[in-house]
Design a protein around this ligand. Structure first.
Ligand SMILES: Nc1ncnc2c1ncn2[C@@H]1O[C@H](COP(=O)(O)OP(=O)(O)OP(=O)(O)O)[C@@H](O)[C@H]1O
Length: 261
């Protein structure tokens, strides 16, 4: 089998913010290779540059050094080619639009022919298990359902890459477990490449093919763990020795990079 293609490749990536209190090294010497179909989690303490890294991939921040390509081109070209969908911590749905209306919004902005909208909306709602909720308004849905709707919106234009910044961080644990399971199914069905920011060790280990452990000041990668778990992952896998061993390594990595501040 030929090796999977690189989707995101960073080499010596630096990003220093100039602030009134002096320079902040949000990313320093970051090397990473994300392959087609990978599920990559970024984990690390607050301020280690996880969001900044995702924002660089999305062309929302400009690196101050090093190189990064997304689908083999610059982040700007990838953005223009609509290579990725972006999901934020807050669902960010427009309250005056229905769920269907929210999902259609990127299609309208991108000028996708109107005749295709209904089919695309139905398809992504099915993917996030929200079929039948198209005409509801966001406030009529639970927090977890709203977050699923925002994932559907990010999937509506069928980008190959999904960038997710702590999408389930604000939800309670039971809802989060359920959404983790659903996200794995969705990833399996769509074969997307996913970059996922989280603070949760179990979430990172449960979801990922690759776990990137980061540490702050300066923001850098301290460990990259290739998961040995099978792709088929019932929630109970979290009690298996293999799962616990990976979680242990993540915890050790976090501890090693932790400062006392
Ligand atoms: N626009 C900006 N201007 C100045 N400093 C910034 C800016 N954006 C981020 N930073 C700083 O860069 C560092 C990395 O921030 P970033 O948000 O990427 O961290 P994070 O790992 O995502 O943190 P969290 O887990 O809290 O979301 C932090 O010290 C932050 O204060």
């Amino acid at each position: 089998m030929s090796e999977a293609q690189s989707v995101i490749r960073a080499k010596g990536l630096d990003l220093t913010f100039q602030t009134n209190d002096g320079p902040v090294h949000a990313l320093k010497g970051v090397d990473l290779d994300i392959k087609q179909g990978d599920f990559v989690s970024f984990i690390g303490p607050s301020g280690c540059g996880k969001t900044t890294f995702l924002r660089v991939m999305a062309d929302l921040e400009q690196p101050t050094g090093g190189e990064i390509t997304v689908n083999g081109v610059t982040p700007e070209q990838a953005r223009k080619a609509r290579a990725y969908g972006y999901v934020f911590q807050a669902a960010g749905l427009y309250p005056w639009r229905t769920i269907g209306g929210n999902i259609r919004l990127p299609l309208e902005i991108m000028g996708v022919p109107k005749s295709e909208h209904a089919e695309r909306v139905a398809k992504v709602l099915e993917l996030v298990e929200l079929s039948g909720f198209e005409r509801k308004f966001p406030w009529q849905l639970s927090g977890g359902m709203q977050q699923r709707a925002s994932i559907a919106r990010a999937l509506s234009f069928d980008a190959d890459i999904l960038l997710m910044d702590e999408p389930f961080g604000a939800l309670d644990e039971i809802v989060r477990d359920h959404l983790n399971e659903q996200l794995l199914h969705l990833w399996e069905r769509t074969q997307k490449t996913i970059a996922f920011v989280t603070h949760s060790i179990p979430e990172a280990v449960y979801l990922s093919t690759k776990i990137v452990v980061m540490s702050p000041r300066p923001g850098r990668i301290t460990d990259v763990i290739e998961s040995t778990l099978p792709r088929e992952r019932p929630l109970e896998i979290r009690e298996s020795p293999e799962f616990l061993a990976i979680a242990h390594r993540v915890r050790e990595g976090l501890r090693a990079g932790h400062s006392d501040e």
